[in-house]
Design a protein around this ligand. Structure first.
Ligand SMILES: Nc1ncnc2c1ncn2[C@@H]1O[C@H](COP(=O)(O)OP(=O)(O)OP(=O)(O)O)[C@@H](O)[C@H]1O
Length: 243
């Protein structure tokens, strides 16, 4: 199976000298294409740093990140911006929609920023899949939190990115709405072959993934295929996440 994204001996140190913090320590891992991976670990274990480095939003102190066949090491900021626009999708906890734009305008924004044409039938499919068919002219303030996150997911899918990265995408949603959003991400993987990597604190959210990577103190300490919420919660307890 080919890998959508690969990290080799990636380390990230914030600060210098006495105050330096090693947020990632020689992390090596590959994410197979068309899979759903959850990233978990105690607070401060390096999850956000992992996501930022894997997504080209932050530059590792050492080691290499590859997206498909592209080595991100040495790409300048313009090249990284271009790569993120065209080849990566993002879903954040806070939705990050533009309030002045309609649903359709928000969804198609990455295409317009990248100067890419809009494939109407794909846009229609994405809008239909996320269940926003009747809402395309609305603005974010006229939508519920769950609907806003659906717009963000559609925006992430519309460029057919190689990977969609999620940073606590259900963190701001109630339990039922979170389940709908997780089901949607699951379907993007199962039905569309999308690759998804999601940081979460929630064992139930992680149970929607094909596998879970556990980080502790900047290292990957375990990987769990076919996770259940119970098994994930137990592993997190053993990592000392919920003392
Ligand atoms: N910009 C920064 N400057 C200095 N230290 C940082 C910076 N970003 C993160 N860190 C440190 O790096 C370590 C890992 O942080 P990171 O945010 O990746 O952890 P996390 O697992 O996502 O935590 P949480 O679950 O609390 O969000 C922590 O010790 C954190 O304090």
């Amino acid at each position: 199976m080919t890998e959508a994204v690969r990290l080799d001996a990636v380390s990230k140190v914030y600060g210098k000298g006495q105050g330096a913090v090693a947020a990632l320590r020689e992390v090596s891992v590959g994410v197979p294409r068309g899979t759903f991976t959850a990233v978990m670990g105690p607070s401060g274990s390096g999850k956000s740093t992992f996501l930022q480095c894997a997504a080209g939003l932050d530059v590792p102190s050492s080691g290499a990140v590859r997206l498909g066949g592209t080595d991100l090491t040495g790409l300048d900021e313009n090249a990284l911006t271009e790569l993120r626009r065209r080849r990566i999708g993002f879903v954040f906890q806070s939705f990050n929609l533009i309030s002045a734009l309609t649903v359709t305008e928000n969804i198609t924004l990455p295409l317009r920023l990248a100067g890419a044409g809009i494939d109407r039938s794909w846009l229609d499919e994405v809008v239909h899949r996320v269940g926003l068919g009747g809402r395309t002219g609305h603005r974010p303030a006229e939508l519920s939190g769950g609907q806003q996150q659906r717009v963000a997911i559609a925006r992430a899918l519309v460029t057919r990115p190689e990977v969609v990265f999620g940073d606590e995408p259900t963190g701001a949603l109630d339990t039922m709405t979170a389940r709908d959003v997780l089901t949607l991400l699951r379907e993007a993987v199962s039905a569309l072959g999308q690759t998804v990597v999601m940081v979460t604190h929630d064992p139930v959210a992680a149970s929607y993934a094909d596998s879970v990577l556990f980080l502790a103190d900047g290292r990957i300490v375990d990987a769990m295929p076919a996770p259940t919420a119970g098994k994930v919660a137990e592993r997190m307890t053993r990592l000392g996440a919920w003392k």
